[in-house]
Design a protein around this ligand. Structure first.
Ligand code: FAD
Length: 390
């Protein structure tokens, strides 16, 4: 007898406010995001209106200070919001995570004047951000980037091409890492570039395996002029700023991965109770029951890992090692769980009539973005045995 529909994740949240926030997100997800997710992902349509709704609902600046339009929420809560959004549609969860990443440089390293001027619009004024580190010839080796910014009077003139930019072509602001000095990590500076800057253009979005609703595009900077007032941090400080943004961003990717994995598990469990073979629901077969139990256990372990890292961050403690571990473990978990979900649905799982195959395609990209899982292992190992010899 199988009478159990998938239940919402039972979250242990620190405040009543956080509980209300999760309920609000579930409501938006069920009413506005889930119904169109499959069709729009198939069509490669970016749901700009959902981001406007999230901004208006106070959900685009959750971990930042209320003084500048943020939600003043601990990372522990923000990440669980991301998980719920990603379970509804990865394009939305990952989009919020990237927007938060793009806002980080200014929020954490901007001057008081810069924060007062720009943050309210970024965090709750309907703007959407993009984070520009990768280039066609520098991915994992990000410090070898070539995009240049040259000082000209009170301005900087930026020239070069960024690659793989999430929200490329639809963003209202771009946080751009450009070379202003010597080769290597010490010659890089961060800038806040408006989306309508003259000379900034985006190529057609990449044709991807999954996450098709989220535009990923090259962004060209052809002599883009920005005032020095849009430089974030000191010249030469851009790379450490970019990396510290990624420490937090990786936690966002981990939470998104657990969201996708949870959605796949819910779908597999639901299907297993409905599909009958050999005269009974396939959920009766121990082979599948054990698969479901393993999937659920891996997901809970992943959730516990990203929350442990988030709580360190919230307490002001170092968390980079744990963030890399969470990104690694949660995205590998999402890959395994979504593969198993397709298996549990059998032939139907391999068709676009069910969401399991989409979850599988979405899980794959999470092992690549914001530092591949090989790079996460390098980060973790560095904390254990020091930097590699050159
Ligand atoms: C959908 C999508 C969205 C993205 N969004 C953004 C964005 O918004 N902003 C942004 O800046 N970037 C973005 N990226 C880029 C992403 O961060 C890079 O793809 C990633 O960092 C890997 O770089 P690469 O693709 O150049 O691969 P490479 O660095 O060329 O790596 C190729 C392979 O070599 C491995 N490898 C490289 N170096 C080592 C090493 N030292 N040891 C072991 N293995 C190694 C890698 O793990 C990988 O398996 C996005 C990418 C995708 C696919």
């Amino acid at each position: 007898m199988h009478d159990r529909a998938p239940q919402p994740v039972d979250r242990h949240l620190p405040t009543d406010e956080a509980r209300d926030l999760i309920l609000l997100v579930r409501d938006i997800a069920q009413r506005e995001i889930v119904p169109k997710a499959a069709e729009e992902e198939d069509a490669g349509r970016f749901p700009r209106e959902i981001f406007a709704l999230l901004s208006a609902s106070g959900l685009l600046g959750l971990p930042y200070e209320a003084e500048h339009g943020g939600g003043d929420q601990p990372y522990e809560v923000y990440l669980q919001v991301l998980e719920e959004l990603a379970a509804a549609r990865l394009t939305v969860g990952l989009g919020v995570s990237v927007h938060t990443l793009a806002s980080y440089a200014l929020a954490a390293h901007g001057t008081k004047e810069q924060r007062v001027e720009h943050l309210p619009a970024m965090l709750g004024g309907g703007l959407l951000g993009a984070y520009c580190l990768s280039e066609p010839s520098s991915g994992s080796d990000a410090a070898s980037l070539r995009t240049r910014a040259v000082r000209d009077g009170d301005d900087w003139v930026i020239t070069g091409t960024k690659a793989w930019i999430t929200h490329g072509g639809v963003a209202d602001f771009y946080t751009v890492m450009a070379r202003t000095g010597q080769e290597g990590p010490r010659g890089i500076t961060a800038f806040l570039v408006p989306g309508d800057a003259e000379g900034l253009t985006a190529a057609a979005p990449e044709k991807k395996m999954g996450l098709k609703g989220s535009p990923t595009a090259q962004v060209h900077f052809d002599g883009v002029r920005v005032p020095d007032a849009r430089r974030i941090g000191e010249p030469g400080q851009g790379f450490p700023i970019a990396l510290s943004a990624l420490d937090s961003g990786r936690l966002g990717i981990a939470a998104c991965a657990i969201g996708v994995a949870q959605a796949a598990l819910d779908e597999a469990a639901r299907y297993a109770t409905e599909r009958r073979q050999f005269g009974r629901p396939i959920a009766d077969f121990q082979g599948l029951r054990f698969m479901l139990a393993d999937m659920a256990t891996q997901i809970e372990a992943g959730r516990a890992l990203y929350l442990a890292a988030a709580r360190l961050r919230d307490a002001g403690r170092p968390f980079a090692r744990q963030a890399a571990m969470a990104k690694l473990h949660c995205t590998d978990t999402a890959m395994r769980v979504t593969v198993d979900a397709v298996q549990i649905l059998g032939g139907y799982g391999y068709t676009a009539d069910f969401p399991a195959e989409r979850y599988l395609r979405e899980a794959k990209v999470l092992q690549i973005v914001e530092g591949t899982n090989q790079i996460q292992r390098m980060v973790i190992a560095r904390h254990l045995v020091g930097a590699e010899e050159r």
